[in-house]
Design a protein around this ligand. Sequence first.
Ligand code: 5CA
Ligand code: ZN
Length: 409
Amino acid sequence: MHAWPASEVPALPGQGRDLRIHDTATDGPVTLDPGPVARIYVCGITPYDATHMGHAATYNAFDLVQRVWLDTKRQVHYVQNVTDVDDPLLERATRDGVDWADLAVQETTLFREDMTALRMLPPQHYIGAVEAIPGIVPLVERLRELGAAYDLDGDIYFSVDADPHFGQVSNLDAAAMRVLSAERGGDPDRPGKKNPLDPMLWLAAREGEPSWDGGTLGRGRPGWHIECVAIALDHLGMTFDVQGGGSDLAFPHHEMGASHAQVLTGEFPMAKAYVHAGMVGLDGEKMSKSKGNLVFVSALRRDGVDPAAIRLALHSRHYRSDWEWTDQVLQDAVDRLGRWRAAVSRPDGPSADALVDEVREALANDLDAPAALAAVDRWAARQEAEGGTDIGAPGLVSRTVDALLGVAL
Ligand code: 5CA
Ligand code: ZN
């Protein structure tokens, strides 16, 4: 499918910094050294109830990853999926009495509009699960040939015991994995499974649900994890730089995906860093489609909130922390945007050469966007208090904020 239009990223003077980022698998920082083309896969939405502030915060983090790389004059090869067929989407369509495919199209369209308004860089490949099915089927067949998949009443499961590295993304014990599996789309209690954690690769066609021709697999539809693996391997290959998503994807989704890919290719690891954003909450609970406690980007836009202010609000919390969306978070961002715009609209100001380095340094240090905001705040405060004579400074600040933070002043 098509993605959304890219906003331009201005080039900055001087040298960009290599990204040091927290990797869930090693539970520590890694300094990534991608080649001339950095490769990143970010899990996309399941298209219903998009785009809430939790989604936006997660995509914001991975937009920053790309901006840091682009600032080092690398190209970025970015792939994102859309889970446009899966249990939660079908359940929502049934609940609301709408066609599941129409719901997916409508919500994906809204997501594109929100991403465009927020100036999030688009993926080069934006791929739906449905369009990936022809690539998924041979992978499941291959896993069966390798003895890493088995049939259970027509459904096909992946055997987690086939991967010697299973468990090395999330580093959880078996009991914790079992709990999360049940909570997040797995079926650990289904009788007949070899290992309760084994995830579904291919679901045999069910009455009243969409299904596709799966060749030797029979009619059915793909499991969730193999969807992302097929798309990632097809467009990025193995051992790409970053696999990204919210922290709720570390297990089972990224754990299972890594195992599928590692068994399929015999290579390890699938990604050099597994990067996870914290969960955004509202009124003390994780913002989630199933709970319905959602603040939508589109609703704020309709209320006349400047998307640049939404973007600054997202930057105001570190991507790895769990945080609460409140009206005050947004109000602070609106105020900050006003101060920054006033500061750059003057014909001259204090030198901004050091500021470029401070913002670069902050973002290269595990995407410390709050520190980057603080650096710009200091420049804006100096501008307001004493001004300056550097006629290039306001423009340089604008370009820095645009290139590295995705905010047009
Ligand atoms: N389609 C799958 C990934 S393949 C999926 O998880 N879709 S989603 O629509 O449920 O979530 C899309 C992204 O937003 C995921 O990375 C998820 O971790 C993230 N996300 C969902 N809720 C929140 C939240 N409250 N805070 C932060 N990120 C969230
Ligand atoms: Zn995914």
